[in-house]
Design a protein around this ligand. Structure first.
Ligand SMILES: NC(=O)C1=CN([C@@H]2O[C@H](COP(=O)(O)OP(=O)(O)OC[C@H]3O[C@@H](n4cnc5c(N)ncnc54)[C@H](OP(=O)(O)O)[C@@H]3O)[C@@H](O)[C@H]2O)C=CC1
Ligand SMILES: O=C1O[C@H](COP(=O)(O)O)[C@@H](O)[C@H](O)[C@H]1O
Length: 485
């Protein structure tokens, strides 16, 4: 990847839970890549905290192994750079809820240096750590605190978390990560909409028949059954990631590309979402087939009714979108890993080619992963002298092809997000009121299921989800796009 990045000044990044999975798999490899891109200075310091006692050297060795595992190609991690990166790492044995380690951490932090505290620990520790950072004076007025999902389990718990954080930090210091906002193509959605004059005049209910947002996963819940069974697809994916995709697709153009301008517009979308009637929701749970186990094999409760798939028909009550439904779906153990936003345009108002009965309108497909790119489905004349026959063709642009060398490696979402924390740019982070509004809408849907006590519909692993989800579209005379790998 050609580095077109602005280096940041020295900073102290403290990672509470710095020996955990998130830190080893995502945060630290992302920092390494930023150093490789010339963005992270060798004067930066990363201090990991966890209860388990280890020396700085042992921690450096742990992260060395993590980098070898998660950045597998040796050419991507030259030895000299690896050594330089390990030098910025430090470790403090600290108990977030006890006394051990806090004084030592304080001694390691430098005055007049940007401080960021990344809470890569369970959510029960968010409030206590924030309080402690404030009480000990380790958090200065321009320090940042970073938290990540789960940001509550429902509206009351999200409110309580916001209350706890706001006791010790101002909103401008709180960085709530939704890693989907750090994905290149998700940011590209804003570029596509707001840097091209082409789409905006058509981006409304007058021209758009409906929008499909799909986040399909091939993996199941596997080792995460304990967490996932209390969550389900609605809390795990829809309340946060899919909500963000919906907001970026549906929001009004913000006046500026600035944190509150963007977040105000996203919030307006969430507040304009209609409650979803239970008949416009579908829940599914994957079942075993010959070779793979079922959802129930991975969770404790043999009678679990938690959904591993959800599909919704969503209406947005505002001038732009009234009458244009957004169909959302996400699920595990489906045919392929595919995330995309499909904007399906209406057909031409009058066809001068009446012999063609199966014509569909144009479609703009924004592929988020894999093979990031954009496709515009157009109708053209079939080549040759055989008369005026029409066919659909894709105007296809994968970013890898269009950008050549610059797209060699799509940066991981955490690379962008961690650096934005250091830069103090909150545009790609969720504001507290946004999270609460998303929970308020999600809670009502979950409550309607709980009243109904319906079992999720079983679906086959490796397929495209439950039959009922197909029916959700069919009854409106529409159909889902194929989930293709
Ligand atoms: N893993 C992932 O991909 C993702 C994780 N998350 C969230 O990030 C958070 C961390 O997840 P993950 O890394 O997977 O969890 P892990 O269980 O792998 O790691 C937890 C870390 O927290 C430390 N820790 C636990 N209790 C304390 C304490 N009292 N004081 C100081 N350190 C403590 C642990 O070390 P020790 O036991 O030695 O103290 C360990 O370093 C969770 O909230 C999770 O939901 C969010 C998105 C993705
Ligand atoms: O937050 C989560 O996201 C992942 C999917 O993320 P992606 O970047 O691989 O698309 C999902 O598997 C997980 O259940 C969820 O907690």
């Amino acid at each position: 990847m050609v580095a077109r990045t602005i280096p940041v000044d020295a900073f102290d990044l403290v990672i509470f839970g710095g020996t955990g999975d998130l830190a080893r798999r995502k945060i630290l490899p992302s920092l390494f890549r930023r150093m490789r891109a010339g963005q992270m200075p060798a004067t930066a310091r990363v201090i990991a905290c966890a209860r388990g006692k280890m020396t700085r050297k042992a921690f450096q060795q742990m992260i060395r192994e993590a980098l070898l595992e998660f950045i597998p190609r040796p050419e991507d991690r030259p030895d000299d750079l690896l050594a330089q990166f390990l030098e910025v790492l430090d470790f403090v044995a600290l108990d977030a809820t006890g006394e051990a380690g806090w004084a030592e951490l304080g001694e390691k932090l430098r005055p007049d240096t940007v401080r960021a505290f990344y809470l890569s620990v369970g959510p029960a520790l968010f409030g206590p750590i924030a309080h402690r950072l404030h009480e000990t004076g380790l958090a200065t007025a321009d320090s940042r605190i970073v938290v990540e999902k789960p940001l509550g389990h429902d509206l009351p718990s999200a409110r309580e978390l916001n209350r706890q954080l706001s006791e010790s930090f101002s909103e401008h210091q709180i960085y709530r990560i939704d890693h989907y906002l750090g994905k290149e193509t998700v940011q590209n959605l804003m570029a596509l909409r707001f840097a091209n004059a082409l789409f905006e005049p058509l981006w409304n209910a007058q021209h758009i028949d409906h929008v499909q947002i799909t986040v399909s996963e091939k993996i199941g819940v596997e080792g995460r059954g304990g967490y996932y069974d209390k969550s389900g697809a609605m809390r795990d994916m829809v309340q946060n990631h899919i909500m963000q995709l919906l907001c970026l697709t549906a929001m009004e153009p913000p006046a500026r590309f600035e944190p509150d301008a963007v977040r105000d517009e996203k919030l307006k979308v969430i507040r304009a979402l209609d409650p979803v009637p239970i008949g416009d929701t579908v829940r599914g749970q994957y079942r075993a087939n010959g070779t793979t186990g079922s959802y129930l094999d991975h969770v404790e409760n043999p009678d679990s009714r938690t959904e591993s798939y959800v599909a919704l028909k969503v209406q947005i009550s505002n001038w732009r979108w009234a009458g244009t439904p957004f169909y959302l779906r996400t699920g595990k153990k489906l045919r392929a890993r595919l995330s995309e936003i499909a904007v399906m345009f209406k057909e031409v108002p009058h066809s001068i080619f009446p012999e063609v009965s199966q014509r569909r309108g144009n479609a703009l497909i924004i592929r988020l992963q894999p093979d990031e790119g954009i496709t515009l489905r157009m109708t053209i004349k079939d080549p040759g002298p055989g008369g005026m026959r029409l066919r659909e063709v894709p105007l296809d642009m994968t970013f890898a092809d269009a950008l050549g060398d610059m797209a060699e490696e799509v940066p991981d979402a955490y690379e962008r997000l961690v650096m934005d924390v250091i830069r103090g740019n909150q545009t790609l982070f969720m504001r507290g009121d946004e999270v609460e509004a998303a929970w308020a809408w999600t809670d009502a849907i979950i409550a309607s299921w709980e009243d109904d006590r319906a079992r999720p519909e079983p679906y086959d692993t490796g397929g495209s989800g439950p039959e009922e989800a197909l029916a959700l579209m069919h009854r409106d005379g529409r159909r889902w796009r194929e989930i293709e790998g």
